[in-house]
Design a protein around this ligand. Sequence first.
Ligand SMILES: NC(=O)c1ccc[n+]([C@@H]2O[C@H](COP(=O)([O-])OP(=O)(O)OC[C@H]3O[C@@H](n4cnc5c(N)ncnc54)[C@H](O)[C@@H]3O)[C@@H](O)[C@H]2O)c1
Length: 250
Amino acid sequence: MDFGLKNRVALITGAGKGIGRVTALTFAAEGAAVALIDLDGAAAQAVAQEIRAAGGCAVAQQCDITNADSVNSAVDAVIAELGRIDVLVNNAGISRDATLLKMQESDWDLVMDVNMKGTFHCCRAVLPHMKAQKWGRVINLSSRSIFGNPGQTSYSASKLAVVGFTRSLSLEQARNGITVNAVAPGFVETEGIRSHKSYAQLKEVAVSKIPVGFLGDPTDIASTVVFLASEQARYITGTTVFATGGRFSS
Ligand SMILES: NC(=O)c1ccc[n+]([C@@H]2O[C@H](COP(=O)([O-])OP(=O)(O)OC[C@H]3O[C@@H](n4cnc5c(N)ncnc54)[C@H](O)[C@@H]3O)[C@@H](O)[C@H]2O)c1
């Protein structure tokens, strides 16, 4: 199926590794030009180089999405290099897990700043460009943990905030040709998770709770994001797609 993404420009935050990296590679494979943004500028550059080596078009910017000036400079640079932004994937996200009574206030603030405020900053910087061209797709990464996970009060709260943000913004932008949706992944096997010291145990516990019986792969999330960015998804807005292998509860 042709998703109509050739000649489109997709900006992906947190594209230096994990789901963001694979999402960037998937957009590039669909013929889109890709702008990769990451706190880790070298990682974003490496993925951009990987895309260019395969014949695609990609640029990379070091950027801290918690900082409005940093986001605005990165978006300005992308517009200067690629001329437009059609798709924004708010993928960059972090967790700082601890039970509530052991949670540091600074960790709470950081999770909210990256997962929630970062999405706010990126939408504010990119939406004027989409509005001017009367076409846009915003896809925000939420998480299955909105249904609850012990040790993740901050993360769950930030990712449920993303769902509410998505619904309200979709209503604001519906008449501008811009759709706004969220994708909520379940347990996705990234390189970060594979290098976790309790990886084998984590995997065993997770698999036992996932109805389909296996962990998600970053490609499962990337393909969902690409579909929501496509022409075919023009009638879908304000929703959250759960890519969780059928798992909803904790
Ligand atoms: N992996 C999973 O199982 C899973 C499950 C549910 C939801 N998610 C969500 O999917 C998204 C991607 O997850 P992942 O596992 O690929 O993450 P990851 O940790 O592998 O990669 C996240 C990327 O975001 C970047 N980043 C962090 N803070 C940033 C900042 N302030 N500014 C710019 N970039 C920043 C990091 O440098 C990194 O490259 C996140 O929003 C995460 O919450 C992941």
